[in-house]
Design a binder for this molecule. Structure first.
Ligand code: HMG
Ligand code: MG
Length: 298
């Protein structure tokens, strides 16, 4: 059966904006995040404390985060290393996410490390964050296919997922960074993870919509018992270090499907769509979300 409620983990302000050519003013980002929370999204990933030269779009994290005081949502931030954690802790962040790769090629491109060197970099971050009482998410990229290596063997994904769980990540997010997954592959990965002792209630899914499969993949994950789904308002996004990545699953498309299935999300679709239309104006290009287009042309 399907769950009664799904937690949407909104990534538009981070995964979305990190890949837009336009560098959005800090005040606009703050307004975007505030509006997403007001639309009922309970988790709104805010920014990344990464090297500013690696992701210039998010180089204003120090200015942005304090502007979010009083926003009524959980506001996780990405941290790749202890330097990033220091910066997040200094601003009072309560939730952080580390981000590993299932493939060597992407670990190198995104983190300048091998897969195992990256895990070694995260270990003290997770340990310290937990000691400080923070909630820690572990992302895993390239869980299905990789632009340099092609299809990614399931056992390779299971090994790194387990390493993140064993390290103390309370929540895992399986990333289809370049959007090549199909539903059977999703089911196979989830089953294999369960057999390896990773519980479904710790797993979230993170689909990009390159081949139009993100919603079908999400439904397959829901049928498997997953209740946390990552998406980005208006379908913003991609990843600057994986050229074939296009936008994330659009939150509006996700909400349309979930509400149609009678699944609660807490999201007001009208307010969310208005926010994405407003953000599209800021970026100077229309939202790729089919639901945003359908609802805004009514
Ligand atoms: P590096 O060049 O190997 O860094 O990059 P380093 O450790 O050698 O340090 C070099 C210098 O950078 C030092 O300064 C550090 O202090 C500084 P120096 O001593 O030379 O003056 N530095 C920092 N400064 C500010 N903040 C920091 C930081 N760390 C080091 N946190 C590094 C390694 C990890 C830093 C770099 O590769 C990086 O920042 N990568 C981030 C890339 C990124 O953000 N990618 C996008 C997010 S992942 C994603 O989108 C996928 C996801 O959506 C899921 C999916 O779809 O699959 C999550
Ligand atoms: Mg992503």
């Amino acid at each position: 059966g399907l769950p009664a409620r799904v937690r949407i983990y909104e990534v538009g302000a981070r995964d979305g904006l990190q890949n837009e050519k336009t560098v959005v003013p800090t005040e606009v980002k703050a307004e975007f995040i505030r509006r997403l929370a007001d639309a009922g999204l309970s988790t709104v990933e805010a920014t990344s404390f990464v090297h500013p030269k690696w992701v210039p779009q998010l180089a204003d994290a120090e200015q942005l985060f304090p502007m979010l005081d009083g926003v009524g949502a959980r506001l996780p931030v990405l941290v790749p290393n202890e330097r990033g954690l220091d910066r997040a802790l200094a601003l009072g962040a309560k939730e952080v996410a580390v981000f590993a790769s299932a493939t060597e090629s992407f670990a190198k491109a995104n983190l300048n490390r091998t897969v195992d060197e990256a895990l070694a970099m995260f270990e003290p971050v997770v340990t310290r964050a937990r000691a400080e009482g923070l909630h820690v998410r572990g992302y895993l990229s390239m869980c299905f296919g990789d632009p340099w290596e092609g299809p990614v063997p399931v056992h390779q994904v299971v090994r790194v997922t387990k390493a993140l769980a064993d390290m103390g990540c309370a929540e895992l997010s399986l990333g289809d960074t370049i959007g090549v997954a199909t539903p059977g592959h999703v089911q196979e990965l989830l089953s294999t993870l369960n057999e390896a002792g990773v519980h479904t209630n710790t797993i979230g899914v993170h689909f990009h919509d390159t081949y139009g499969q993100a919603l079908a993949n999400t439904l397959a994950a829901l049928q498997h018992g997953v209740t946390t789904v990552d998406s980005s308002a208006g379908g913003l996004g991609g990843c600057p270090y994986a050229k074939s990545a296009t936008g994330n699953l659009a939150t509006e498309d996700l909400v349309w499907m979930l509400h149609g299935l009678g699944i609660e999300t807490g999201v007001d679709l009208g307010r969310l769509t208005a926010t994405s239309v407003w953000m599209a104006e800021q970026l100077g290009r229309p939202s790729p979300s089919r639901t945003v287009r359908a609802l805004s042309h009514k």
